[in-house]
Design a protein. Structure first.
Lengths: 261, 401
């Protein structure tokens, strides 16, 4: 069984984002690491591998040179090989382009299962896994809190709040995105750390994937950013004030709107 | 004036009305609905500006809600390309929007909290990193697909006069970057007078934000946009066939969650020093039960012995990743924030408006836990007991749940 796991290098959460003049995230020279949900995705690959012998796990990232850090971490956590899609022209790619490039890389590798994080910590659109699935023409099982992979059936358990827990199933090949509730990644064994140094990281360019540079990056994206305006403080809360009754109603409205009631 | 397609979400009345509120600014709103609309639905959607309801009744809509809605939107967009497609954010909404964007090779903007009409099509304001940045962006290829955080949108019914849309801008409830980090915000309650709501609902102010916005007000709506507003929409029963692929994902089981473990809980209600006593901690447990969640405590609560140590959320206790984290009387020390900042939605109740937890929260309630929480429990009970609660998608009313 061939598993491809999509991993992204993201700026550290304690530093926060900053934007370059072209409105893209500054990714050079700032502390960064493997996206937390993606490390859970890698760990889920290993959980599957524990039960079977024929598993080949390939970690794939699309990102600038420093994004190789995400691949190194994935290899330490247990992926067998890695592919780094890297090309100057990709700078500033939107989700439509990102999904196209990632799907092309996955298709080139061949797959039975694609695992992703459910959301990245930087832009966090939570849409790339479904978009990759659409491009590959396979079903997507998104936001898995628990994953069960059988021979002919992949099953996810999803807790959507309000006490609503649902189990979805599809037959492979399939794309799955996992939340951090799947469990913290297991700490890698010492040998695994040593082994990781000898594992192969292939670098692929747009040429490798047969994609034209003009179709990606800032010029090939279907959306443009006009402005990015920082708002002081980190996650400034909307504050509800007033008498307890109106505050409680405001809370209930908010919880209902986000489907927790 | 081209149509703007709004996807009606199952059971998400207010969200659909929020989408319509934004859609009116950029074109003539039309609703895509999975299921048959009744007269009440049609009237309610009309009140928020829908001119047409495209309705598809098919078993696929219930059995494969995501895949079938993708087919529906793509089918409608091919028939007659709309000026934009608006979908409410949320797990299913994001998957639908992403797939439709790929199918139509169209730009997709997520976390949208406001939309205005620009010279080259809709301009969206996105809330990034939980509001730390406001980003203005635009789609330059295909049909703009916007996933809207509807809880940030103030719902406004369609005006009966052509200029009224200007008088009542449906500004999202965000604050300008020039104002202090933490601000008072107007409720997302629709400023309509819902006939069937308990009288108590009127307590919430229905005025638009006082400290007004960075987001420029909507440009004057053209008469063409407004001409058809607030009439009963035309129902267009769409016939379509679904490809076999819509049945690829099956719902094989559904049931109540039985949360056992803090680290895997979807909903966590946590209490801190502010709950004051073991009895006060009872409120934490009651609210957790009401929301089908797990109760937890801060370091301080565990130290005081109000909750067992296993329930402690922080750096050295349990690190949690729930969809909802509700903090009661927790100021939000660094060690506590480290344990819970990964939560999807953070709501805090604290008496100190300057509590650090509010800087991490999506909604902060300033007040005494002992007064606000009992009111909240009562309100939840009231909504559950109220017959309009749990409306199915066909039963669209202009009422807040
Ligand atoms: C602040 C901000 C806002 C943005 N808003 C938009 C927008 O509205 N519309 C738009 O089209 N683009 C937007 N972008 C660009 C978009 O985020 C990038 O194209 C990004 O690569 C994909 O989105 P994501 O990381 O949010 O994906 P998500 O859907 O949140 O990622 C989920 C998972 O997909 C996988 N994945 C995602 N990206 C990669 C990658 N590069 N390599 C390997 N695996 C990956 C990972 O497993 C990840 O956990 C935005 C970027 C920023 C910085
Ligand atoms: N040189 C590059 N090669 C490959 N991917 C890149 C490159 N620069 C940015 N990206 C990716 O493109 C997407 C958009 O990033 P950004 O350039 O920050 O907008 C992200 O997934 C980045 O990791």
């Amino acid at each position: 069984m061939r598993i491809v796991v999509l991993v992204k290098q993201v700026p550290s959460t304690d530093v926060g984002l900053s934007f370059a003049p072209d409105h893209t995230v500054v990714r050079d020279g700032c502390p960064a690491g493997l996206n937390a949900a993606d490390s859970c995705a890698v760990d889920q690959c290993l959980q599957i591998a524990v039960r079977r012998r024929d598993i080949q796990i390939t970690a794939v990232t699309m990102g600038p040179p420093a994004a190789v850090g995400a691949l190194r971490t994935a290899l330490v956590l247990g992926a067998d090989t890695a592919v780094h899609v890297r090309d100057e022209a990709l700078h500033g790619s939107d989700a439509l382009v990102t999904s196209r490039v990632l799907a092309a890389a996955v298709a080139r590798l061949g797959f039975d299962l694609v695992l992703c994080g459910s959301s990245s910590a930087d832009s966090g659109m939570s849409a790339v896994p479904a978009m990759v699935a659409e491009r590959l023409g396979v079903p997507a099982l998104c936001f898995a809190d628990h994953l069960v992979v059988r021979e002919r059936k992949v099953e996810i358990h999803r807790d959507d709040g309000c006490g609503d827990r649902r189990v979805f199933a599809a037959a492979p090949p399939v794309v799955v995105s996992v939340t951090e509730r799947c469990g913290e990644p297991h700490y890698p064994r010492y040998e695994s750390r040593l082994d990781a140094r000898d594992k192969l990281i292939s670098v692929w360019t747009l040429d490798t994937l047969g994609i034209e540079p003009a179709e990606v990056g800032l010029s090939g994206s279907a959306s443009v950013v006009h402005s990015t305006t920082p708002r002081p403080g980190t996650r400034p809360a909307a504050l509800a004030m007033g008498d307890p009754t109106s505050v409680a109603i405001r809370l209930a409205d908010f919880l209902a709107e986000r489907q927790f009631l | 004036m081209a149509e703007v397609l709004v996807l009606a979400g199952p059971g998400k009345t207010r969200a659909t009305c929020a989408l319509l509120t934004l859609a009116r600014r950029i074109g003539t709103p039309a609703v895509a609905l999975g299921g048959p609309p009744d007269a009440k639905t049609a009237a309610a959607l009309g009140r928020f500006g829908a001119t047409t309801i495209y309705s598809v009744t098919a078993p696929e809509m219930d059995r494969h809600p995501v895949a079938a809605r993708v087919e529906l939107l793509v089918h409608l967009a091919h028939r007659d390309p709309p000026a934009a497609i608006l979908v409410a954010s949320g797990r299913d909404g994001l998957e639908i929007a992403g797939r439709v964007a790929v199918r139509l090779d169209s730009g997709f903007l997520s976390d949208v909290i406001d939309v205005t009409a620009g010279p080259d099509g809709p301009v969206a304001t996105q809330s990034v990193q939980g509001g730390a940045y406001l980003v203005e962006s635009r789609v330059v290829r295909g049909i703009p697909i916007l996933a809207v955080r509807t809880e940030q949108v103030t719902v406004v019914p369609a005006p009966s006069t052509p200029t009224a849309d200007r008088a009542a801008p449906a500004t999202p409830t965000v604050d300008p970057p020039t104002t202090p980090a933490v601000n008072r915000v107007t409720p997302a309650t629709p400023p309509v007078d819902p006939p069937a709501t308990p009288a108590v609902n009127r307590v919430t102010p229905a005025t638009p934000p006082v400290d007004m916005p960075t987001t420029p007000p909507a440009p004057p709506a053209t008469p063409a946009v407004n001409r058809a507003l607030a009439a009963t929409p035309v129902v267009d029963r769409v016939r379509m066939t679904f490809p076999e692929s819509v049945r690829a994902v099956r719902l094989i089981a559904r049931g109540p969650t039985r949360p056992r473990d803090l680290s895997t809980a979807a909903v966590i209600v946590a209490g801190g020093r502010g709950v004051g006593s073991p009895e006060g901690f009872g409120l934490v447990r009651r609210l957790a039960a009401a929301l089908d969640g797990v109760a937890a405590g801060s370091h301080a609560a565990a130290e005081q012995g109000w909750c067992p140590r296993e329930m402690r959320v922080d750096q050295v206790g349990t690190i949690v990743h729930p969809s909802l984290y509700l903090a009661l009387g927790i100021s939000g020390s660094l060690r506590h924030r480290t344990g819970m900042h990964g939560a999807g939605t953070i709501v805090a109740v604290d008496s100190d408006p300057d509590a650090p937890i509010f800087r991490l929260s999506d909604l902060g309630a300033v007040g005494d836990v002992h007064q606000v929480v009992p009111e909240l429990l009562a309100e939840i009970e009231r909504r559950r007991a109220h017959p309009v609660i749990g409306v199915d998608e066909n039963e669209v009313t202009d009422e807040e749940e």
